[in-house]
Design a binder for this molecule. Sequence first.
Ligand code: HEC
Length: 95
Amino acid sequence: MRSAGRDPYVIATRSLSGDAEHGGLLFRINCAGCHGIAGQGLVGPSLNGLESRLNDPQIIQQVVSGQTPPMPRFEIEPQDMADLLAHLKTFTTPE
Ligand code: HEC
């Protein structure tokens, strides 16, 4: 299996700087229904402290692969993925 870190989409996404504010907009539209407006968890798990569990390639794969239903597969441009990633990193561990 190909390493996620070498996937061209992952590489493209990581080469861009993310805009967490725009990522927040994308999150509220696409993700908040399942993960909660503040990533606190709802139908889907809490995303707080996500960075301590998953690295960037793993987070990107989770969003675009559709390997864990019922979470759908998102087809988004690398720039939007970079923005989303920047927003996800604002969900820090509540401690
Ligand atoms: C239909 C509901 C649904 C939607 C919409 C959804 N998710 Fe999920 N998400 C889930 C579920 C359920 C899981 C747990 C999957 C599993 O591991 O079995 C999950 C897991 C995750 C994980 C892994 C969490 C961890 O700790 O391993 C991340 C990251 C994530 N989602 C991000 C997102 C983002 C970003 C979006 C929007 C682009 C999104 N999700 C949209 C339901 C959803």
